[in-house]
Design a protein around this ligand. Structure first.
Ligand code: TRP
Length: 334
């Protein structure tokens, strides 16, 4: 790691068989680019994923697939630290300490906890409640300067900042207080079937989300079915959530501006536009899908990458954890 560069930490959950186009456009695509200017640490946050029920065999398969997909999307496991959260024990250990610097009331106010506990009423477990503390540990263990996140994670990052400040206030300046890094464009890709809602892996309607690993026909079919309003012009306008979403996706993927996209489809109808977006997205994803499938055939290579990633992650966080243990008053282990 280059000491002159700032450190970026981000995590993604391994749930579902692939990331959505929303995860890709809003997060993972940018993670690759950030490697040029920052020291980057990226984690498949499997510990977080078990806060909702998982089928073990599927979780294992999805986790490995997610890891390969990060690489397929341009994250270089040599340049960046890329690992499974569960392979670095420091996350869970630091999380325990930080939980003693977090108030019950603060965690009760987290909107994601409120939403998820309303949705999974049969499994409102303590992990779901302390989820944001583990996320704070992920970030603070590396003294990350910047954390790329979607807007839905802003409240969690704010909490991480508060925990860092509280710890620093008690024990003297120690943790870096992290800043959110929220990409300007395409941060909020919406569901294709309900464009007022975010595109999400947990969407019940499978046509709402396009997955990075969907094949060409599936991608095109989903875009053809995308819900749009009663208008017909390809123009970005307030209240036209459906068409705005498609214009955003097309612009981000092609690198064209909204205006250029509008001009390109001037006089053409929604049908033609939807097909064009579908084809463009499918062509963009094809090489990622190919890279992913060849990586999945080389389990040995993947293993080398994540073993090395975990070792590098651990070497950074063990230093932090040792200092934290000393600061809170534990007897030195060595
Ligand atoms: N909670 C994040 C999400 O669901 C994932 C995550 C876990 C994360 N730990 C993190 C993101 C640390 C950024 C930094 O999107």
């Amino acid at each position: 790691m280059n000491n002159e560069k700032k450190l970026i930490f981000s995590g993604i959950q391994p749930t579902g068989n692939s990331f959505t186009l929303g995860n890709y456009i809003g997060a993972v695509r940018n993670w690759g680019t950030l490697q040029n200017d920052y020291n980057c640490v990226y984690s498949i946050v499997d510990l977080h994923s078990i806060t909702v029920k998982q089928v073990p065999a599927e979780l294992r398969k999805n986790s490995l697939s997610a890891y390969a997909l990060l690489i397929a999307c341009g994250i270089d496991p040599q340049r960046s630290v890329v690992f499974f959260q569960s392979h670095n024990k420091c996350h869970a250990e630091l999380s325990w300490v930080l939980s003693c610097y977090t108030q019950f009331g603060e965690l009760s106010r987290m909107t994601q906890f409120k939403d998820k506990s309303a949705k999974h009423t049969d499994n409102v477990n303590a992990g779901l409640f302390t989820y944001p503390v583990l996320m704070a540990a992920d970030i603070l263990a590396y003294n990350a300067d910047l954390v790329p996140i979607g807007v839905d994670q802003k409240q969690h990052l704010e909490l991480a900042r508060n925990i860092a400040q509280r710890f620093n206030h008690t024990h003297g300046e120690f943790f870096t207080v992290p800043e959110a890094y929220i990409p300007k464009v395409g941060q909020k890709i919406k569901s294709l079937t309900d464009p007022t809602k975010k595109m999400s892996k947990s969407d019940e309607n499978q046509n709402g989300s396009v997955y990075v690993l969907d094949d060409k026909d599936t991608v095109i079919r989903k875009f053809k079915k995308a819900v749009t309003d009663s208008g017909s012009e390809v123009k970005y306008a307030d209240g036209k959530d459906g068409i705005n979403n498609l214009i955003t996706i097309y612009s981000v993927i092609t690198g064209k501006s909204i205006q250029e996209t509008e001009r390109e489809f001037d006089g053409k109808g929604y049908g033609e536009f939807k097909l064009a977006v579908g084809e463009t997205v499918a062509d963009h994803l094809a090489p990622i899908r190919e890279k992913h499938s060849s990586l999945m055939e080389d389990k040995q290579y993947l293993k080398e990458c994540y073993t090395e990633g975990a070792a590098r992650a651990m070497s950074i966080t063990q230093k932090t954890l040792t200092k934290v243990y000393r600061k809170v008053g534990f007897v030195d282990a060595r």
